[in-house]
Write a protein that binds this ligand. Structure first.
Ligand code: COA
Length: 240
């Protein structure tokens, strides 16, 4: 029996680079829809759903995605995109029914909120019927029918991924505290930042195209301890 600790939550930086992510997710979504909501689906549905995801992905700017893996098997997934300047819109939160109740859905939601919180103060979602209480349990309030929302300003101390398409909002923020040349280098993915208790970005870490990891600390602030540096380095081990 797997425990919550065996499940890795992985930020998916470049979704288009690996279509297997979307075929894995399509399979997961169809399984959940059948088990939870009794939908019957076949191969033509599979193709349609897969194409729909790829299409959405191309059109939704400022997006993010996380997947939960049990070894190499995708057992959970979530995406989101920026709806307007103050709100991230959560989509596609699914957990394999065999793994329900292990805290995976909540973990995916919290990771999404942490990533979103770097650039917007609010999260919203249009929930499927069976998940409204799940969101309420996680601090969301119903605004209209199945629409729920949450103010996400929360303590997010630690390592947070910065998704490529969210970079526009981050760029100015990093530019204020760091060397401007860094901003040019930040076009490379993946990027992680270290966020302090005060909600400030204390360090930025990128992996260059030569697979070298570079970490910049904010020298105006405290010197970064080895512990935090290790946490930043470890984040790269999880990247897909
Ligand atoms: C909704 C869903 C994502 C929950 O995932 P999960 O991993 O089983 O949920 P978790 O184990 O993280 O549960 C977190 C908390 O919410 C509660 N919870 C989970 N599902 C719930 C539900 N349907 N109704 C009420 N509470 C629920 C859990 O009891 C737990 O409470 P606790 O923190 O007080 O112990 C999952 O059931 C799912 O994939 N459903 C089908 C697809 C779907 O409807 N997705 C939503 C799309 S908008």
């Amino acid at each position: 029996m797997q425990t919550n600790q065996d499940i890795r939550i992985v930020p998916i930086f470049d979704q288009m680079a690996n279509p297997k992510i979307w075929s894995d997710f399509t399979r997961l979504e169809m399984l959940c829809d059948t088990v939870k909501y009794g939908y019957r689906t076949d191969d033509s549905d599979r193709n349609r759903i897969f194409k729909g995801h790829m299409d959405d992905w191309k059109h939704e700017k400022y997006n993010f995605a996380f997947a939960a893996y049990d070894d190499k098997i995708m057992v959970g997934f979530v995406t989101g995109y920026r709806e307007d300047k103050s709100t991230m819109y959560l989509r596609n939160l699914y957990v394999n029914p065999q793994y329900n109740g292990m805290g995976i859905g909540k973990k995916l939601l919290v990771q999404s909120e942490r990533a979103a919180n770097l650039i917007v103060p609010n999260m919203s979602v249009v929930s499927l019927n069976g998940a409204v209480s799940f969101y309420e349990n996680c601090g969301y309030q119903t605004t209209d029918n199945r629409c729920l929302a949450k103010k996400i300003s929360q303590n997010m101390v630690g390592v947070v991924p910065v998704f490529k398409t969210l970079l526009g909002g981050m760029r100015a923020k990093i530019c204020v505290d760091y060397d401007k040349t860094l901003v040019r280098q930040c076009v490379h993915q993946p990027i992680f930042v270290y966020v302090t208790y005060e909600g400030e970005i204390d360090a930025v870490a990128i992996r260059t195209p030569d697979k070298e990891i570079k970490i910049w600390t904010n020298e105006k602030k405290r010197v970064m301890s080895d512990f935090y540096k290790k946490q930043l380095l470890r984040a790269f081990e999880k990247v897909k």
